[in-house]
Design a protein around this ligand. Sequence first.
Ligand code: GDP
Length: 296
Amino acid sequence: MVLAQLGGSISRALQQMSNATIIDEKVLNECLNEITRALLQSDVQFKLVRDMSTNIKKIVNLDDLAAGHNKRRIIQKAVFDELCKILDPGKPSFTPKKGKPSVVMFVGLQGSGKTTTSTKYAFYHQKKGWKPALVCADTFRAGAFDQLKQNATKAKIPFYGSYTESDPVKIAVDGVETFKKENCDLIIVDTSGRHKQEAALFEEMRQVSEATKPDLVIFVMDSSIGQAAFDQAQAFRQSVAVGAVIITKMDGHAKGGGALSAVAATKSPIIFIGTGEHMDEFETFDVKPFVSRLLG
Ligand code: GDP
């Protein structure tokens, strides 16, 4: 189920409930079951959905509602608040400051859109007057450096990488040092991915992070990852200090529920979403407008 459909299903469930003459426990349960089904079909993790449903029941507490209360409004608000709560971990991510050098490390599985997204992130800031730079510390995927170089050249962003050096830690450290000397204020380190979560990848992430001491680690996740989202995000968080999430391919037919799961697993906010292959198909992410739009 794509996000727009999820919103539609939730709105329909709320509408059906409000059509009932009396909103009693049975009607509320039916409504919550519909919402639960929609969320699960959108790949939101089961535990999150169950907790959300329990919380809504607790907040709404029909027995305590005096006659005359607009039950529909109260339930609608509870659903809205709970969805916001899942997407908002309660602490903002580190925000780089223009003119002050920051190192931002990108992590994620191969194919998640990491390289594309690191360039989009650099381009976004460059347009706002920053001096970004890109470091390709992906020595695992053949062609990764060429891809980054091509993207960076197109956007006129300085880049660093090597065709011969095979140690990603060395490249990352050298790249960061080079750009610090050049007074770049946003040094972005693109790291290797693997097709699946594996020990070697996490060890490499840990080493690159230890050597470059990033101010922020951004976990990049493909929105179509499905139910695997929670475990994948948690696995990354256990090896490096993930501080923010970017969800890619939100333009596709992906089930969007993984986004909610990734936030829950990393306890980090979504800061941007990718909405296409092009450099400028990149949007900032804010919880409330997103949920409002979702619920129509
Ligand atoms: P990496 O292996 O994680 O570095 O992934 P890449 O950056 O090479 O991206 C993998 C594929 O996803 C490429 O074909 C990208 O053009 C595509 N891609 C990345 N972000 C988006 C997005 O937001 N929307 C769409 N439609 N495609 C994307």
